[in-house]
Design a protein around this ligand. Structure first.
Ligand SMILES: Cc1ncc(CO)c(N)n1
Length: 222
């Protein structure tokens, strides 16, 4: 007992690294990613973020204490005000207008991941739901760190994807990531080994669906 967030990533170490260090991320960091792949990813990520915001709203609904309600509200605000706001702006910069966003077809990888998170939240309790959400918020924060720590990464005008990296390394996003990790650390400290195994399965499945999401971007798949 006495688990922490880090124990979830350690329990699916290979999948976690495959997610953080996916070819999509490497190519984005090196500025070798095809622009079509990035555009496809941006469109699907818009759909993803809408469902992700709904999942935080579900976390608010499932909260039993004021502290949990506030935490869910902070997560929802990070998605709605910070990420989605910037995202719509990125899409515009990449030639994808708001009407196009409204009528997008949803890729199977987007459906699989978002509906998995929502189903896990409906079926389980608040901790299941936050564990299913953790690869998103914590993962993208860690991806920004990984990108900045490697030798081949190009930043600034040399990289057309620089603004994307800047969003995930920003103080606001990193603060939301740390709040999520701290919340999970506090909850995981109290779970039994058997419950931890269940949660580790949810975390690994969500991580595998994140890997598929990157791959969908690279393949421009629907
Ligand atoms: C697929 C995916 N996972 C995580 C994030 C970060 O919130 C995102 N924008 N998209």
């Amino acid at each position: 007992m006495g688990y922490r967030f880090k124990d979830l990533t350690a329990a699916c170490h290979d999948d976690w690294r495959a997610y953080l260090e996916h070819d999509f991320v490497r190519q984005l960091a090196d500025a070798t990613l095809e622009q079509e792949a990035f555009r496809h990813y941006l469109k699907q990520d818009y759909l993803f973020l809408v469902h992700f915001a709904r999942a935080y709203a579900l976390a608010a609904y499932k909260s039993r204490s004021l502290a949990d309600l506030r935490h869910a509200h902070e997560g929802l605000k990070a998605i709605l005000d910070l990420e989605l706001g910037l995202h719509v702006g990125f899409c515009r910069d990449w030639g994808i207008g708001e009407e196009e966003l409204d009528g997008l077809p949803e890729a199977r990888a987007t459906m699989a991941y978002t509906r998995y998170v929502l189903d896990t939240g409906h079926r389980g309790d608040l901790l299941d739901l936050h564990v299913a959400l953790a690869p998103c918020l914590v993962g993208y924060g860690e991806i920004a760190d990984w990108i900045n720590g490697r030798a081949g990464t190009l930043r600034g005008d040399a990289n057309p994807y620089d603004a994307w990296i800047a969003m995930y390394e920003s103080d606001e996003f990193q603060a939301a990531r740390r709040a999520e990790e701290a919340w999970l650390d506090a909850r995981l400290a109290e779970v039994t080994p058997r419950r931890f195994e269940e949660l580790a399965t949810v975390f690994r499945d969500a991580t595998r669906l994140e890997i598929d999401f990157w791959q969908m971007g690279l393949d421009c798949a629907l």
